[in-house]
Design a protein around this ligand. Structure first.
Ligand code: PAF
Length: 279
């Protein structure tokens, strides 16, 4: 595995590999890698000749300075995990390397980026679009892999790809969970033992609601999930039951061919997100 810190070296390396006819898969990450990320790398390994993983805590997508400051950074452990997972190139740039000057691009990503995380974290998706578009320009991958835990992010990235005309396949990968159901997240390490014990109630509420939804309305299902998570001692920031492609709220189960429920929860001061497919 080769570690690359500079954009020009990354571009040259990938260009050389592509000239040999090799397909290239990209897994963008912010490091602090866990099994969720590794599942993306494993899938990427299976489907491409060359696996590129970026590890970069992107400052432009953090609308909360404290969240950026305390975001876990575990570079040496990340490299070991990536090597073991069959990564060929890990790109670990500095902030100055990626943003030698401020990125003033404003993406107009439309309704898909305006709801849920878009409404709660102003500027977040613009920052995601900035970094992901830069990575796509550097690597020009054939495929890029994203975890479905950040469900709305995938829809937003698809819209950015459509607008910018990138030619690649976006590959969504299923959420990886702890044995007790909690969605794996780099932020889980910040949970106190007491809050870590509460957190599985999020996934439990979501999963139980799938059965409940079969005999109840969207509104009733929404309320049940919120009540169950609240009763477990956490604060629901939002729970929205949405069209899985447009991210717009649905009122009835037959409003869209695919429907997901997306939740964000404060477990102590740690903000956790999760989602579930209803159909
Ligand atoms: O999902 C993430 O970890 C980040 O938003 C991403 C896609 C790596 C962009 O920084």
């Amino acid at each position: 595995m080769r570690t690359i810190n500079s954009v020009s070296e990354l571009k040259d390396t990938v260009k050389m590999l592509k000239s040999q006819g090799k397909s290239v898969g990209l897994v963008p990450t912010m490091g602090a890698l866990h099994e969720g990320h590794i599942s993306l790398v494993t899938r990427c390994r299976k489907e491409n000749d060359v696996v590129v993983v970026s590890v970069f805590v992107n400052p432009t997508q953090f609308n909360n300075k404290e969240d950026l400051r305390t975001y876990p950074r575990t570079e040496e452990a990340d490299k070991r995990l990536l090597e073991a997972a069959g990564c060929d190139v890990v790109f670990m740039p500095t902030v100055e390397e990626v943003y030698p000057e401020p990125d003033n691009r404003v993406f107009n990503l439309g309704p898909v980026a305006e709801v849920m995380e878009g409404a709660m974290r102003p500027g977040h998706f613009n920052g995601v679009a900035q970094i992901v578009s830069k990575l796509f320009m550097y690597v020009e991958p054939d495929r890029a892999y994203f975890g479905e835990k950040d469900f709305q992010q995938i829809a937003v990235i698809r819209e950015m790809v459509r607008q910018e005309g990138f030619r690649l396949e976006i590959v969504p990968c299923p959420i990886v969970r702890e044995a007790d159901g909690l969605a794996k997240s780099s932020r889980n390490v910040r949970l106190t033992p007491e809050n870590r014990a509460k957190a599985p109630a999020i996934a439990k509420a979501l999963m139980e609601s799938v059965e409940y939804a079969k005999t109840h309305t969207v509104a009733e299902t929404h309320d049940k999930v919120v009540e169950q998570i609240t009763a477990a001692g956490m604060e629901v920031e939002y729970y929205q039951i949405v069209d899985s492609l447009t991210m717009q709220a649905v009122e009835n189960w037959d409003d869209a061919p695919h429907i997901n429920g997306c939740v964000t929860v404060y477990c102590g001061d740690v903000r956790l997100i999760d989602n579930i497919a209803y159909k």
